[in-house]
Every structure is written in C-alpha cells, then in structure tokens.
Write a protein that binds this ligand. Sequence first.
Ligand code: FUB
Length: 339
Amino acid sequence: MPEDSIEQINFEQINKLAISKPLVSHMYTADPSAHVFNGNIYIYPSHDIDAGIPFNDNGDHFGMEDYHVFSMNDIQSEVVDNGVALHVDEVAWAEKQMWAPDAACKNGKYYLYFPAKRANGIFQIGVAISDSPVGPFMPEPDAIKGSYSIDPAVFEDEDGKHYIYFGGIWGGQLQKYRNNKYDPAHEEPMGSEPALGPIVALLREDMLEFAEEPKEIKILDENGEILLAADNDRRFFEASWVHKYNNKYYFSYSTGDTHFICYAIGDSPYGPFTYQGRILNPVVGWTSHHSICKVENDWYLFYHDSSLSKGVTHLRSMKVTKIDYAEDGSIVTIDPYGI
Ligand code: FUB
C-alpha cells in the first residue's frame, strides 16, 4: 500500500480485526510459504528485523539474518515457533539479506530454498537440508549453480516432479538478467516492451541443482500477448507461487509497486499463464507476498502486512485467510481488512 495512504489507517481498528490477526506477534515474520507435510502445517517465512538501514528501492532495509519455521496441527491451532532453523553465518557463500524462502519434502528429507546476497552484492539461491520439517537445516557449501535473483518457490506436481520458480525485479535484481546472463547495464523494460517474466526450472532428482537451463515464463493478457512493462497493475514483480486446482496450474505473484497479489492460469508448470485477476488487494506496507495451501478440504492464503508495526514496511506479520473459488475456477478477490 502506498506510503501516503498509511496516515489514513486506523491501526487500532485493523489490529483487532479477526480477519487480520497476525499468526505470531513475538517477532516479525513475512513472505510466508506454507505447506502440509505429514498432516501438519509448516510455515517458512522471512524473519524481519530492524537492521537500521533506511528505506530504498533496492530493498537494503530488508536486512534479515535467519529463518524460523512455524508449525500448526490444524488451521485453528496454536502457532509454534520452532526456533532458528538456519542463520546466515552458517551459509559459507552468503553474506546478508536472507529473503523469502520456501521448502519442499522428498523421500523423508526436507529442503529449505532461500535467497541471500553474496559478498559481491549479487543475490543467489541456496538450499539447506534437514531430516525434520522444522530444521535445523544444513546448507550446501555453495549456492545452486546457475541460480540468481530472489523468492524461490517450489511446486511438487502430481507426478512427483519438483519445479523451482524464482525472480523479482529492482532489489531482487531480475532486471539485470536476460537469458540467464547478468549484465549490470540491463534495466527493467519500459512502456510497450514485454514485461520480464518469472523464471522456472525443473529440480534435479536430488533436489540440490537445476535439472535444466532455467526458462522465462510468459504471462499473457486476454489476447494472448505478453503483458507489457507499463502494465504495472498486472505485470510480474516478485513473489512467485504455483498451486494446482482442478487440473489447472495457477501462477500467483506480486505486482510490486502497485501492491496486488494477482494470478494467471495455465496448462503446464512452465506456462504460458493467462492473467485472470487479483487475489489480494493492497495491504499495509509496501510489499505483498503470499502462498496458497490446501489444508484438509479448504484452500488458504498465507500473506503478510505491516499493521502490527503500524506501517513499518520491513517489519511485517504473517497472516492467513480462506480462499473462495467461483464455479468457473476463478478466485474471489480478498480485501485484507474487509472495512
Ligand atoms: O522479504 C524481502 C522481500 O520483500 C521478499 O523477497 C519480497 O518478495 C518482498 O516481500
């Protein structure tokens, strides 16, 4: 939500709303990636801290250092903080900024995927392994070969294949890449140029590397054309997530500077995906980042906002609310405050 709207907000009122209750309030948490593993809910969020760095478009104020994993027996139950699962000091290749993570489970092992900046200021994505969904996780000695940018999200298809989605523009550096190659001269496309798409790669059987060259995903408009760079209300910015509903692949994401969580539908995990609409209207705080998870027979949106910190953009709280689908498979847009 833009900074100038924040003054209008009655935080006392928002923080009392049942729809908007933070899942935990003893620490700040954001970018919640939720999964059901062995019948329990596990949430893998960023752990927001105040690193004392002023706000800028590069996101330097997001100075996170570690991850905690949270668990719930069911959607109504107490949220348990399982302590530090991985700290940046344990990751040989990473220097700072442990941004939005995700996790996957295969053959009884758990894999935590996370972005972080190397000492040269470039984001890459790493993986860490555990026998437990709550960690502690043991990081691989180097980042995933060929990885770049931020916001990894792993989707397991019904055939057991795992796909990793990633990318985010501006602070997430995706605009510096074309065809998986970095060039500091590249910028975000403008005007009637096609917008940059998120990136996808099949994961290798051992879950530790890409099994193929990452590919750019196409997000199309109603006429089958790639969304344009100037279409800020709909173009991809960051926060990829994929889920499958009624045999269709739903790719959801944040539009960044217009603050929507939107979605697009396709017939393959690689896309193309056709834009459908908004899942979540703007929340308090600049960023919006979510996951979508089926718990028993219902679908839930895990998301965050900055209402607990009274609008401090890098001090966010994870939340959850139910998703409703219409008959035609479209998702009913959620107003985060219902007021
Ligand atoms: O939490 C840091 C960054 O903010 C994430 O990587 C983005 O998706 C945004 O939520």
